[in-house]
Write a protein that binds this ligand. Structure first.
Ligand code: C2E
Ligand code: MG
Ligand code: MG
Ligand code: MG
Length: 284
């Protein structure tokens, strides 16, 4: 039986090894069923705001699995199982199509979709993305793909070629959770990327810890010097926001501004829904 943690969420990785294997297998088969179309998998959208805290710059798609029996399973957990069990290609393709289809009917400047490193190891990935963009009618410049820095450490020819092809087509590449990996910084020079996201672990400590502040400031300066954009993730307090703005970070994401939202909730925010714009155009 799956254990629930303090917040009543389903914990796949708690308990002993036999339990763990059984639970993973159960999650795998249920995930397959969900992907076969019995539903249950959805996307939430968390807006990214300009430093003024009002203007929406874009939104990040975050996968949600409202598991019938066990309640919501944390994304990081079932993504890890999907990667391990060879389901991530299918799951990732579903998320990408769904997010692009949604974004195409909004006024959002861009939509960001998380991509597993495993997807980037597939030489056909850039073509898959192009096909999805064509099918959904979303302009490539409106798609950002977020991936973690471990990918760029591999010095893998396929990954390099896939990233280059994606950027060539106009899709933007974003380094997620920046600062948490074991990377040397030299790949920032070698590998072309468009944006980095400062990991929540630094943002969380900003108001109390001088070294977290120093790291955040350094990353923001680095981004500016290399002319890549920078977003802070996990902004929860006004103090954190003020410090980040003072350091020159102008894109923020976090509970202070908005949690991940249902599609309908995001569409209700100003400037997101195209129908909204049509209405105000008629009124004007
Ligand atoms: P991430 O891409 O770094 O996403 C940010 C996570 O932080 C999300 O958790 C989001 O709900 C949470 N978050 C946002 N603002 C705050 C805040 O102010 N405070 C705190 N404490 N948390 C905040 P979530 O949705 O559980 O996703 C976890 C991870 O799962 C994501 O981290 C991403 O790596 C992965 N993931 C989510 N959706 C997908 C997907 O479609 N494909 C792949 N490959 N990975 C995904
Ligand atoms: Mg992300
Ligand atoms: Mg992140
Ligand atoms: Mg993160």
């Amino acid at each position: 039986e799956a254990k629930k943690n303090g917040r009543g969420r389903y914990e796949v990785f708690a308990g002993d090894m036999d339990d763990l294997l059984l639970r993973k297998r159960k999650v795998e088969s249920e995930l397959r069923k969900a992907l076969d179309g019995d539903g249950g998998i959805k996307l939430a959208y968390q807006p990214v705001f300009a430093a003024d805290g009002r203007r929406i710059l874009g939104a990040e798609a975050l996968i949600r699995w409202g598991h019938e029996v066990h309640g919501a399973l944390p994304a990081a957990q079932f993504i890890a199982i999907a990667e391990e069990r060879g389901l991530i290609g299918e799951l990732g393709k579903w998320a990408l199509s769904e997010a692009c289809r949604f974004a195409a009917r909004t006024e959002l400047p861009w939509i960001a979709v998380n991509i597993s490193p495993m997807q980037l190891r597939d030489i056909g990935f850039a073509e898959q993305v192009a096909a999805i963009l064509k099918e959904t009618g979303l302009a490539p410049s409106r798609l950002q793909l977020e991936t973690t820095e471990s990918v760029l450490l591999e010095h893998n020819d396929t990954i390099g070629a896939v990233i280059a092809a994606l950027r060539q087509s106009g899709v933007r590449i974003v380094l997620d959770d920046f600062g948490t990996g074991y990377s040397s910084l030299s790949y920032l020079r070698r590998q072309a990327i468009d944006k980095l996201k400062i990991d929540r672990s630094f943002v969380r400590l900003l108001d109390e810890d001088e070294s977290a502040r120093a790291i955040a400031r350094t990353l923001i300066d680095l981004a500016r010097t290399l002319r890549v954009e920078v977003t802070a993730e996990g902004v929860e307090t006004d103090a954190q926001k003020a410090l980040l703005v003072g350091m020159g970070c102008h894109q923020m994401q976090g509970y202070l501004l908005s949690p991940p939202l249902e599609p309908g909730q995001l569409l209700a925010l100003p400037g997101v829904s195209s129908a909204d714009q049509e209405r105000s155009a008629v009124r004007a």
